[in-house]
Design a protein around this ligand. Structure first.
Ligand SMILES: *Cc1c(COP(=O)(O)O)cnc(C)c1O
Length: 469
């Protein structure tokens, strides 16, 4: 499989190189040159497969030529063997024809484990083969950091530095990062906000001289391998609900358009998905596009669903690329307009094309809490605020009541106690068994000033398993 840039002006890469790449050299994002397409018979024959075996069949075309079948099978078995629920991504029914797909049974209790547990193992495999070391620098406002650290903690050839805004992440989220100890794991609390952290990561990718030749790898959702891993659970859920004979709809709590883009790809690979609902909080740039063809930057608002607090959706460019007939030149132009003006819209027929599949809703904090309370009252299930937004949007946007609607349950409610409490749920939530001693564990973290020189000097000083690069 070869991968090409959405802006049409960067070298095509194989899977191995795309795994180690950040943005393409022309500023675009990598996408498969040709998406694999499965027949209905083939998809039907996968019903009942264990998760890791289904994952092998869905993802095999993407890694072909870079990883052998035997190695890939073993990596997938290890990856998903570490999840706490034997169904890996169980479906829980809330209502007639309405399900939540629980994607929070991985080690850090959010859906990001599906991709980052795999990414860590893939990196380890490829880096050992190449006898190469890399450095990861990532910024987090919460879920990504812990999932990335958990995914990479056992990697022989990776040193990981995760920046979070000092005293601005919840205690559970901080402890999920800082209590994972290892000489290749470095938590840095920046005396600034999340944007400051993200800017430092971007600047480090732009000028890597401080790394003295060591390669820098991205773990945010622009990394293709993350999208790839998320395609699998759309197949998994759909097969249980009667696909491919029956079509299925999904509602996806969305920030950077990564998770929902994976659903869009699953459909283009042959899975009969009839509707995808973009569910956002009041940071609703994607809803503004889907409802009115207006994609423009606004100020950031802190919400009860912080993992979706974004101004711009980094993966949206991958959808725009397809909407423009995969014309890299046209896309480079569109994105440069966006960079200059902070807004874009597409030609009417392209937008109409997108709306055949996508609907959207922006959900307020009040409605998020009301949905948590309503679902709890009717079913006894406690939803996390992101999942609640997915449920609300599914109910408002649903096109066909006889089509099964699956809401992606993106996080465990114990990670977001504020929202659960605001929703008036009197029940105390317990940490799952593997995290029950989280509040007693030793923490390790370095506080640094809001200055890129300090961060880069720290990385250079500790980037080789705690020793200088
Ligand atoms: C990251 C995250 C999201 C948003 O996912 P995207 O791929 O950025 O759209 C939603 N919910 C939770 C709990 C998350 O951690």
């Amino acid at each position: 499989m070869r991968y090409i840039s959405t802006r049409g002006n960067a070298p095509a890469l194989n899977f191995e190189d795309v795994l180690l790449a950040g943005l393409a050299s022309d500023g675009g994002l990598y996408v498969p040159e040709n998406l694999p397409r499965f027949t209905q018979e083939e998809i039907a024959s996968w019903a009942g497969l264990p998760y890791h075996e289904l994952a092998f069949r869905v993802m095999r075309p993407f890694v072909e030529g870079s990883i052998s079948d035997t190695d890939f099978k073993q990596i997938l078995e290890e990856t998903y063997g570490a999840f706490a629920h034997s169904a890996i991504a169980p479906l829980r029914q809330l209502n007639a024809n309405e399900w939540v797909m629980e994607l929070f049974h991985g080690p850090t209790l959010a859906f990001k484990d599906f991709a980052l547990q795999l990414l860590g193992r893939l990196l380890d495999h490829i880096l050992l083969k190449r006898d190469e070391r890399v450095v990861i620098i990532g910024a987090t406002s919460g879920d990504t950091g812990s999932a990335a650290i958990e995914g990479c903690r056992r990697c022989e050839n990776v040193d990981i530095f995760i920046l979070h805004p000092h005293q601005r992440v919840s205690e559970v989220q901080r402890r999920q990062m800082t209590t994972i100890l290892g000489e290749n794991i470095h938590n840095i609390a920046i005396e600034g906000n999340f944007d400051d952290c993200q800017e430092m990561v971007k600047a480090s990718f732009a000028d890597q001289s401080f790394l003295k030749g060591t390669r820098l790898v991205a773990v945010n959702s622009i990394n293709w391998a993350r999208i790839m891993a998320q395609i699998v659970y759309y197949f998994h859920a759909s097969l249980q609900l009667g696909a491919p004979a029956r079509s299925v709809a999904f509602s996806v709590p969305t920030g950077n358009f990564g998770d929902i883009f994976a659903g869009y790809l699953a459909r283009n690979m042959g899975l009969p998905i009839s509707q995808l609902v973009v569910a956002t909080n009041r940071n609703d740039i994607l809803h503004r596009f889907m409802s009115g063809n207006q994609y423009f930057k606004e100020t950031l608002h802190a919400s009860l669903s912080p993992s979706m607090d974004i101004m711009v959706s980094s993966n949206f460019e991958r959808l725009l690329f397809d909407l423009h007939g995969r014309n890299g030149v046209a896309l480079a132009e569109l994105m440069s307009t966006f960079k200059a003006t902070g807004k874009l819209s597409v030609e009417e027929d392209r937008w109409v094309e997108a709306r055949k599949l996508f609907d959207s809703l922006a959900v307020s904090d009040e409605d998020t809490c009301a949905t948590i309370a309503d679902v709890f009252k009717r079913t006894g299930e406690v939803l996390d605020p992101h999942t609640a937004i997915g449920v609300k949007a599914a109910r408002e946007c649903r096109r066909n009541l006889s089509t099964p609607m699956v809401v992606l349950g993106t996080a465990h409610p114990v990670k977001f106690p504020d929202a659960v409490e605001k929703a008036g749920i009197g029940k105390a939530l317990e940490l799952p068994a593997h995290l029950s001693d989280l509040f007693q564990r030793e923490e390790r973290c370095t506080v640094l000033p809001n200055a890129i020189e300090a961060v880069q000097a720290f990385v250079a000083q500790h980037g080789n398993r705690g020793r200088p690069l």
